[in-house]
Design a protein around this ligand. Structure first.
Ligand code: PMP
Length: 385
């Protein structure tokens, strides 16, 4: 057992204590059959059941239509964004017989990394918007983005930038995205925090270790038509890189996410977390709580506008998951983190690349924890501003 933590770390993040307790029991003995859940074969019936149940829970939570398939792979967000160009460009080759291009929106540190990686791997990348010069403080309207080039397979966006604290509040529609260009989104740090219209996406990818579970697994929700790929011979003839076998989406799907050894304990945690979210009222309920958490914290910060400095200037694109701010000096930042910690509020230090403070408020962070943080923000503001 443990005292309920008030932990605002950016990931790994806290999980519901009841889930961890159940999982801890199952780690030792699963279904009372004398073996732990991490010890059974990843292709055994109970393991397949865990995968199927998790898929069913996600389908209910996110209203995943029949046009889409859910699967899991070892790895995290980085594995996710590295594997995307291989798979989607191999699909484009199958569909068109051509080498596809990849468009990237660079709106923060993670989409920047994803774009650089696609380029490094040898794909033809077009950066259609890049907000680095304004320190990722806003997301410009689509009308200001560069048009999508001919022969583009997909547009990649990072829906919530975990380090920089910005989040899209809509997705590009047909006025920007030409017919046939797939929308690919990294939802690592905001999946299951609100409803999304899955039918609008070619691919949703999310590392599990923030809103839904432990590190070690990545969730993919893909339009089934994107699972077709050109043969190795055809890819070679076109000069397109072959897809590494463990990351070849069609093979992983064919093997119900167990082509190679899936960390089944991690999958079990996903099942328990998603099951609990369903029991508690699904995404409508979670969304309302997450919006409340964000709104009370932003409101508290806004009471001291000269003191709590928010790098994301446009309130419409401020993240509901990762609230990023800094104080007038690095010393005050440190003092804030230290005094918060003394009150049991932990994990508030900003990412090492940007400094300052970051309060990550994933689903398992309770409204009560956020209320305590709000109180602290107000007290600290009154004393030091
Ligand atoms: N994308 C986003 C949005 C992230 O927040 C992170 C991790 N913080 C990653 C990708 C990379 O994830 P991982 O460390 O699992 O590779």
């Amino acid at each position: 057992d443990r005292e309920e933590p008030h932990y605002f770390g950016a990931g790994p993040a806290i999980l519901p204590t009841s889930v961890l307790q159940e999982a801890a029991y199952d780690l030792v003995s699963y279904l009372n059959e004398g073996l732990g859940v991490g010890e059974i074969s990843h292709r055994s019936k109970p393991a397949m059941q865990i995968i199927d149940d998790t898929k069913a829970n996600l389908a209910k939570l996110l209203d995943i239509p029949d046009t889409h398939e859910t699967f899991f792979m070892q790895g995290g967000g980085t594995t996710g964004f590295s594997s995307i160009p291989y798979n989607l460009i191999a699909n484009y080759a199958k569909k068109t017989g051509k080498v596809g291009r990849a468009a990237y929106a660079v709106t923060g540190s993670w989409s920047k990394k994803a774009a650089e990686e696609a380029e490094r791997l040898g794909f033809d990348v077009d950066v259609v918007v890049n907000t680095k010069d304004i320190k990722f403080s806003d997301i410009p309207p689509y009308s200001e983005w560069k048009p999508i080039a001919e022969n583009t397979s997909y547009l990649f966006v990072c829906d919530n930038e975990t380090v920089d604290g910005n989040e899209f509040n809509d997705i590009p529609g047909p006025e920007y995205l030409p017919e046939g260009v797939e929308l690919v989104a990294d939802l690592s740090s905001n999946i299951l925090s609100r409803k999304v219209d899955v039918s609008k996406y070619g691919l949703i990818m999310a590392g599990a270790q923030k809103n839904i579970g432990l590190a070690g697994l990545t969730i993919y929700i893909i339009k089934k038509s994107l699972l077709e790929q050109a043969s190795d011979a055809d890819l070679k003839a076109l000069g397109v890189p072959l897809v590494p076998i463990a990351y070849q989406y069609p093979i992983v799907v064919k093997n119900n996410s167990a082509y190679n050894t899936i960390p089944i304990f991690t999958a079990h945690i996903l099942k328990l977390v998603t099951g609990k979210l369903l029991e508690e009222g699904g995404l409508a309920k979670i969304q309302a709580t997450d919006e409340k958490k964000a709104s009370i914290l932003y409101a508290a910060l806004a009471k001291f506008p000269e003191f709590y400095i928010l790098p994301v200037k446009n309130p419409r694109v401020r993240s509901k998951m990762n609230v990023v701010f800094r104080l007038p000096s690095a010393e005050l930042d440190d003092q804030f983190v230290k005094e918060a910690s003394a009150k049991g509020l932990n994990g508030l230090k900003g990412h090492r690349s940007v400094g300052g403070i970051r309060a990550s408020m994933y689903n398992a962070v309770t409204l009560e924890s956020v209320e305590l943080l709000v109180k602290f923000v107000e007290e600290f503001g009154k004393t030091h501003a």
